[in-house]
Design a protein around this ligand. Structure first.
Ligand code: XIL
Length: 340
């Protein structure tokens, strides 16, 4: 099933355009500034990108009403110049709160007002430039019994902060697509049920939400099943779109002998993710959490794991790259000249 079709001239970006699904990666903005080699691959292969960290609040929101837009501006310029769609990640995330805010002694009303100004400053600055915002990231608890994750935002503002954030973002840019984003919600189960209930409730309350982001941080050996399709289809049935927002497929590095076998298993996983996008309705992007194993969050966060991306540390394409490229072509559905 995994083929290198030998169409060496076609890059993911070209295939993606023909397939109608933007293909993207997270970028480290510091590396992007420094390395022409890194920039060259992003320009050549991708037509969507997202900052791995530099759009998060601790980087941008330097004080109650002071903002540092230097890195966000840099990435926005790069995206515009290279005709790359820009995702904004993430306006609200429990793991990225500026310390002056978390450790400050602001009242509930003050935090609410500051958050509104922050969201509107950032979203307003990139009005018409950021195509999709992850407005709220990972607000659902992993257990499922209590659906809400215990966070600074929930404790300070109550659960109404979610609807508020979507409304504020929409006011600042009515053209941007606004997403709820989470991990391990790709399967049917308690967590994805909570995501489903949340977005259905938001829609019932006429909150401007347009899509759900599925992170897809996976382990080599994973294959897609009907439950993955059902999970997405029920979101689509609500009238929402969806994106794969942070895909990587990690390999356990303990036993270096079988790395090449694991790379093949990883390639099958990437193939499956691309086929979900290709065959289910309303997939508006397939974004990976990086592109080269030289810069990936996995080794730092998952000890003993790595090799999660489609290019190796020397920027050579891995089997996963060819699997992805091949899976995006669908010879039976439409004729895509570059895929033949
Ligand atoms: C991660 C980055 O990759 C790391 O560099 C950073 O230290 C922590 O955040 N889910 C998300 C992303 O939504 O924002 C996280 O990114 C990875 C998990």
């Amino acid at each position: 099933m995994i083929r290198n079709d030998g169409h060496d001239g076609a890059h993911l970006r070209d295939i993606s355009r023909a397939a109608g699904i933007p293909i993207g990666c997270a970028v480290d903005v510091d590396v992007l500034r420094q390395s022409e080699r890194y920039r060259e691959v992003v320009r050549r292969e991708f037509n969507m990108c997202v900052a791995e960290n530099h759009f998060k609040a601790p980087w941008v929101w330097t004080g109650p009403e002071t903002y540092d837009f230097s890195s966000t501006d840099y990435l926005a310029d790069f995206a515009i110049k290279n005709d790359i769609l820009l995702r904004g990640h993430a306006l609200i995330w429990h793991s990225a709160i500026p310390s002056w805010l978390e450790n400050g002694s602001f009242s509930k009303e003050e935090v609410r007002e500051l958050l509104k100004r922050y969201i509107q400053a950032l979203v307003g600055r990139y009005r018409g430039v950021v195509s999709t915002w992850d407005v709220v990231n990972e607000a659902i608890d992993d257990e499922g019994s209590c659906p809400w994750r215990d966070t600074f935002w929930l404790n300070t503002l109550g659960r109404g902060y979610i609807a508020d954030a979507f409304r504020w973002a929409h006011e600042a840019d009515p053209t941007a697509k606004l997403y709820y984003n989470d991990y391990e919600a790709e399967d049917l189960g308690p967590k994805s049920n909570s995501v489903y209930s949340l977005v259905r409730e938001l829609l019932d309350d006429t909150v401007p939400i347009h899509g759900v982001g599925y992170q897809y941080h996976l382990i080599a050996g994973w294959r897609a099943g009907q439950h993955n399709r059902d999970c997405i289809q029920r979101i689509v049935d609500l009238g929402l779109e969806w994106q794969v927002t942070e895909c990587d497929i990690r390999i356990q590095l303990e036993d270096a002998d079988d790395v090449s076998e694991k790379r093949d298993a990883q390639a099958e996983g990437y193939w499956d993710v691309a086929r979900l996008c290709r065959t289910l309705p309303r997939c508006e992007g397939l974004v990976m959490w990086g592109f080269t194993d030289a810069y990936s969050w996995i080794p730092g966060f998952r000890k003993g794991w790595g090799e999660a991306l489609i290019f190796d540390e020397a920027y050579a394409p891995k089997p996963a790259y060819f699997a992805l490229r091949s899976a995006l072509c669908d010879h039976s559905v439409r004729s895509v000249a570059i895929c033949i």
